[in-house]
Design a protein around this ligand. Structure first.
Ligand code: GDD
Ligand code: MG
Length: 349
């Protein structure tokens, strides 16, 4: 089975993290995010994945290479962003795509039963089947009501008045006929231009259950981290320590308090008397002594000197340096390479 993974968005909501690393390979629990998706796809019989990249595409290719487990990887790079449906048409025109294709949003962490979605698609003789997942709050998603026979009734992208709590989970099974309906040579949105028009013409919903999360915002990136650490989603992570934290081998944390629910990347050091709680440090981060990081993310290569406080929801960009005694306030965003000096408080960008 073949899959196309949409991995070309700019990840604007995850800035500053996505200014230096594209969302598809952003470290999550110390692994490139997409490796979780690829393992899930492989469990459901996918053996070839086309990664549709745009923004920072070289980084995706460099990190993932030509093969991941049993999946052969191919890269299609867009000169201009082609939206969500445009990349599928583009790959089809390049002759890369079989008659039936799985299409995935590349920022979803999930373990729902993709094989069952494929089986339903086949049984219904559908042109397109969309996995739908129930969420407590539909804001920011595509809302998709279905009839009793599972035909899609409407596709309502980011609607203010949701008629159901079932949303588009970003995992589609498409027949070639659908790919051919996508206009060629320009950016096209499945959500705005393709699915609304397919309603009543062979568009079905598959009612998925299991774990599902779009990691594309800071809150949800942290939520995904905690859920992986607590094994609320199926994955193959190394064992956590007694605080539920994951500390990469070789990182130096003796004399610091790590946890609960934290991730320390490769080649990090955290100084004596420092505390890292419900937080994520990407690789090569150095934290001095007596610092406190709570509910925050610190990107690759950042340096935090002694007695720094990083508050809830703050994000420190790659290679930034924060001088001794500084406070990075709740929800603050520090740009990659920025210098926060003089112990002055830093507010949200
Ligand atoms: N190749 C390529 N080119 N990929 C793109 C482009 C592009 O121009 N634009 C976006 N993508 C990718 C993103 O990288 C992401 O993996 C996926 O397409 C969806 O884009 P998002 O920007 O993350 O969309 P969203 O989260 O606001 O909404 C979408 O996902 C929701 C579920 O997570 C929609 O599909 C909603 O209907 C859905 O509910
Ligand atoms: Mg998204």
């Amino acid at each position: 089975m073949q899959a196309l993974v949409l991995a070309g968005g700019e990840g604007t909501r995850l800035r500053p993290l996505t200014l230096s690393v594209p969302k598809p390979v952003m470290p999550l629990a110390n692994r490139p995010f997409l490796t979780f998706m690829l393992e899930w796809l492989e469990r459901h019989g996918v053996n070839e994945a086309i990664l549709s990249c745009g923004f920072l595409s070289e980084a995706v290719e460099r990190v993932l290479g030509e093969r991941y487990g049993g999946i052969a990887l191919r890269y299609v790079v867009e000169d201009e962003p082609l939206g969500t449906a445009g990349p599928v048409r583009h790959a089809a025109e390049l002759g890369l795509v079989a008659d039936r294709l799985l299409v995935l949003n590349g920022d979803v962490l999930t373990d729902f039963d993709l094989s069952a979605e494929l089986a339903q698609h086949e049984a219904k003789g559908a042109l397109a089947t969309l996995a739908l997942i129930a969420v407590p709050d539909t804001a920011g998603y595509g809302v998709v009501p279905t009839r009793d026979d599972l035909q899609v009734e409407a596709f309502l992208e980011k609607t203010a008045a949701p008629p159901t709590n079932r949303i588009n989970a970003g995992a589609y099974v498409l027949e070639r006929e659908v790919m051919e309906r996508i206009p060629a040579g320009r950016a096209v949105s499945f959500e705005h231009e393709v699915f609304p028009q397919l309603v009543g013409h062979g568009l079905y919903g598959y009612l998925a259950d299991g774990y599902w999360l779009d990691i594309g915002t800071p809150d949800r990136y942290l939520e995904a981290t905690y859920d992986l650490l607590a094994e609320r989603v199926e994955s193959a992570l190394p064992p956590r320590d007694e605080t539920g934290s994951l500390v990469a081998e070789g990182s130096i944390t003796s004399g610091a308090r790590i946890g609960p629910m934290s991730v320390i990347g490769h080649h990090c050091s955290v100084g004596v008397g420092s505390t890292v709680e419900r937080s994520v440090l990407h690789d090569d981060v150095r934290v001095g002594a007596g610092s406190t990081i709570t509910g925050a993310v610190v990107a690759q290569g950042a340096r935090l000197e002694d007695a720094v406080v990083v508050e809830e929801g703050a994000m420190v960009g790659a290679g930034a340096s924060v001088s001794a005694g500084s406070r990075v306030e709740r929800g603050a965003r520090i740009d990659p390479g920025a210098v926060v000096s003089g112990g002055q408080p830093v507010g949200p960008a």
